[in-house]
Design a protein around this ligand. Structure first.
Ligand code: NAG
Ligand code: NAG
Ligand code: NAG
Length: 299
């Protein structure tokens, strides 16, 4: 083809043009760093404290570690993880999330670390994190959570650390926690827990799983339903909830008594019926025959 010898200026020019072209072409596909962010390497994007109102639109598709803490982001875009399925580490701390859309975490199969602390979340629905089966640490601390669905953490089979501290939780269905087979560390402090009968189940679970609470039961406070007073959980015992148990067993007792009465009535009716039948047979049957038989037996 008659190419100039390598190293000559004539041969460098097309090479440079080719490089420029390929760099431009590959940029939208994967290696661009969003404006204003810092990308230490091709897998790490750091957009912390940039005053961002939303998640920047284009990241390298193979981003693994995304830091967007300390912004004003109001939503995690739907299908976010469908595009960025390689994400392992997502730091969303200190933003303005007020809700999590259903399916926001679809495709988050590689996610291991998720920090949603210091946001404005108020509720967690069933299966919010359904796809994140590899998640090890989930922080929801310092939000305004008041309602957590009993299936909110379903399929988080690897989750070891769950932070729910400093929210607005007055109660929590124990099924939400019992669904986490790998749980090692649980933070529940800093919530306005109400130690009523509904709390009894959670209290008993916490007693059995006390080792998972970093500071044990003496870091969690709850308020007594009747008195205007907060106490530490370690001041409570199973006996504190004995009234709740009593009311439960009273119901059981009623059921037992009622079914007992029903069975007795059925027994009386059926024996009365049987007695009538027997009597009827004795009256209606020919007397002679029975008398004869009796006499034969006597002999
Ligand atoms: C949250 O981010 C803002 C900047 O957006 C910063 O000034 C503030 O100190 C951060 N708060 C926390 C608790 O990290
Ligand atoms: C959280 O929500 C409250 C009430 O809606 C609002 O006043 C506050 O500014 C929000 N905070 C953030 C960080 O978005
Ligand atoms: C936590 O408590 C529950 C309910 O009492 C119990 O079934 C479970 O085995 C406990 N988990 C651990 C790891 O101790």
């Amino acid at each position: 083809m008659g190419l100039p010898p390598p190293g000559s200026p004539a041969s460098l020019l097309p090479a440079a043009a080719l490089c420029l072209l390929s760099c431009l072409l590959s940029a939208p596909r994967g290696h661009a760093c969003p404006a204003g962010c810092v990308c230490a390497d091709s897998h790490t994007v750091d957009c912390r404290a940039r005053g961002l109102p939303s998640v920047p639109s284009a990241f390298p598709l193979d981003v693994r570690k995304l830091l967007v803490a300390d912004n004003h982001i109001e939503a995690i875009p739907a299908d976010f993880f469908i595009f960025y399925g390689d994400l392992v580490y997502l730091d969303f701390r200190n933003n303005s999330l007020s809700s999590l859309q259903e399916g926001a975490f679809s495709g988050s199969a590689k996610l291991i670390f998720l920090d949603l602390s210091y946001n404005n979340l108020t509720e967690l629905g069933a299966g919010t994190f359904r796809s994140a089966a590899k998640l090890l640490k989930l922080s929801l601390a310092n939000n305004r959570l008041a309602g957590v669905d009993e299936a909110a953490f379903e399929s988080l089979e690897s989750l070891q650390v769950l932070e729910l501290n400093d929210n607005d939780l007055r109660s929590l269905n124990v099924a939400a926690l019992a669904a986490l087979p790998s749980l090692r560390t649980l933070r529940l402090d800093g919530n306005p827990w109400l130690c009523d009968c509904e709390f009894a189940q959670l209290f008993s679970w916490l007693q059995d799983n006390m080792s998972k609470l970093p500071k044990g039961l003496n870091e969690i406070q709850c308020s007594l339903p009747m008195e205007n007073r907060r106490i530490f959980l370690h001041e409570l015992s199973e006996a504190s909830f004995s009234e709740c148990k009593f009311s439960l067993s009273l119901t059981d007792l009623f059921i037992i008594i009622f079914s007992g009465v029903a069975v007795s009535i059925a027994a009386i009716i059926s024996s009365f019926f049987l007695a009538t039948v027997v009597q009827c047979f004795q009256r209606c049957a020919p007397n002679k025959d029975t008398d004869d038989e009796d006499e034969e037996e006597d002999d």
